[in-house]
Design a protein around this ligand. Sequence first.
Ligand code: UD1
Ligand code: CA
Length: 460
Amino acid sequence: MKLEIVILAAGLGKRMHSSLPKVLHQVAGKPMLLHVLETAKQLNPRKIVVVTGHQGERVEALVSALNDPVIECRRQTEQRGTADAVRAALPSLSEDSTVMVLYADTPLTPLADLQRLLETLECDQAQLALLTCLLEDPTGYGRIKRGPYGSIVGIVEEKDCTEAERRIQEINSGIIALPSKVLFKQLPRIDCSNAQGEYYLTDLAGIIASDGGSVAAVQADDFELLSGVNNKLQLASVERIYQEMQAERLLTEGVTLADPTRFDLRGTLEHGDDCFIDINCIFTGRVVLGSNVSIGAGCVISDCVIEDNSVISPYTVMEKSHLKQRTTIGPFARLRPGNTLEDEVHVGNFVEVKNSHLGSGTKAGHLSYLGDSDIGQNVNIGAGTITCNYDGAHKHRTAIEDDVFVGSDTQLVAPVTVRQGATIAAGTTVTAEVPAGALVLTRPQAVYKAGYQRPRKEKK
Ligand code: UD1
Ligand code: CA
């Protein structure tokens, strides 16, 4: 089967109350249109046509950034209804294909339903296949009208429904598939004589049926996944459904989530066995966890690799860093991009590390800034240590070799090197190379005054 997919993404999205086009609003950190494009790609179509309109340039920019030869855009100049939107795509479609129409504002559209829709179209030799669903409350959706023998005779939009039609519980998801030659023939017959004065794609069902063509339907199991996003409330509920699905998958794969309803993955998460994730963590980009990794509450982790048996304590924020085995990080640590932390490194509370390499067994327990540094093995970084890496114009590196002891409240004015085994006394400002094994200290003479009287506030 030659498949061509049309994705409607031209709508105004008025009810979002946003300057961002509706289809660019994100679910799990990714624009809704991209979710639909990814699902569409899995059907291996020869072509995908995205119909753009409202703020078309922004939507087209996102599509062209994908640099995918299968995907192209067509502009619908005025939003005059779903049939008019599909008309804008016609010049991209061929005479001998199967066309499927998807909506960009329905990001959770399940692949399995689409596959069943295509199978049904083919097996039934139908002129049109619709994805429908039975709903307790069909309000807002187009209703599927069936004839006395159960065959589909048309779709009525809610605004055009009679009292009796309003009670029909089988609704139109909007997703259809049909041979392109049927589309080319019947689309021009659709008019706009309805309550909204729009060209309804859904009129195809009635037109084809009255021509004696067969209209098939596939009923979706889970309509939640086919619910469109028209406002922020629906966006939030789709986000939760998506997160729940991801949480369920991870739980099934053996990750322990303290609470699956308080888990957010906006990217991908790979993992070994026995990982634990406490509540309210956010993962973005590509995160890889080894085995037996524990992530404390409230951590925000982006594009990191964390190897086996590491423990990340609560409220740690880290990005683009590689943590080897048995590292212990946080609570309240911040790893900015570009770090490699070797086995058994410890980075404690209120420590910021950026663009640095920390050798195995090295510890920075408290309140420090380590930027642009190369630190060896088994180095002790005392509380309040600062690498002064910036002179106001350029960044410079600090090198600290193995087994160095850096006392508390030390400033290392980069570029500077501390050789192996050296000791830096507390409160020292290091401005030149410290030789191996040496002690360095800058300590002004202390002054002691006996019996000193502190100033006092006068009583009124
Ligand atoms: C549509 C269906 C309805 C179905 C419902 C399911 C029609 C006439 N009605 O109604 O039967 O139950 O979806 O969610 O098709 N769009 C354009 N250009 C336009 C108009 C719309 O690209 O001129 C796009 C929108 O961006 C959106 C999609 O088409 O992605 C659906 O349009 P929308 O106006 O939301 O249709 P509904 O009223 O929800
Ligand atoms: Ca809609």
